[in-house]
Design a protein around this ligand. Sequence first.
Ligand code: AMP
Length: 191
Amino acid sequence: MKKIVLLGPPGCGKGTQSKLLVEKDNFVQLSTGDLLRSETSDGNSDLGKKVKDLMESGELVPDDIVIDIIVKKVEEHKNENIVFDGFPRNLNQAEVLDSSLDNVSIKLDHAIFFEIDFKILEERINTRANETKDSEKRKDDNSKTLLNRIEVFKSSTLPIVGYYEEKGIISKINGMQMVNEVYAEITKIIC
Ligand code: AMP
């Protein structure tokens, strides 16, 4: 059973590729963004409100909250193929993921990094924010928040690439290709 991490900035297509792996290759998608949105959907508790505010501004949610959610899911799905989408997002989370996999005697097989031209990504984000109807938008899907999320990605998440490089499990792919081309590259790496 494979355990893989997809790494890349918001809007690079990690979610789309995760869904293809679920549909075609029998993977379970663990998206911390989706898990956080469902945990805070009632938005009533103080913690829920704090998490919602952070997500809407594009900042990271504190590690202890995210880690608590993901560790439970790892245990639940340890005997299945797992694609981690949006986790880890900083070095501490990458280390915790390794140790929680270690606890159930498994290791990460691949970390796949989507290389993206940030200038083109920012242009796409602005176009998409202008074109999407307000009723269809996620609360954090406005250009100000998305551009902040890119900055957070550069400062907190990018250092993870070096961490996985040292472990010898990183593969870099061109994230600017068509969806089916990116998918073909991913399947080549994982099979
Ligand atoms: P996503 O759906 O992956 O784009 O995530 C949406 C938002 O959820 C992010 O901008 C963060 O505020 C929060 N989030 C998701 N995953 C994490 C994570 N691993 N660590 C911290 N915050 C996260």
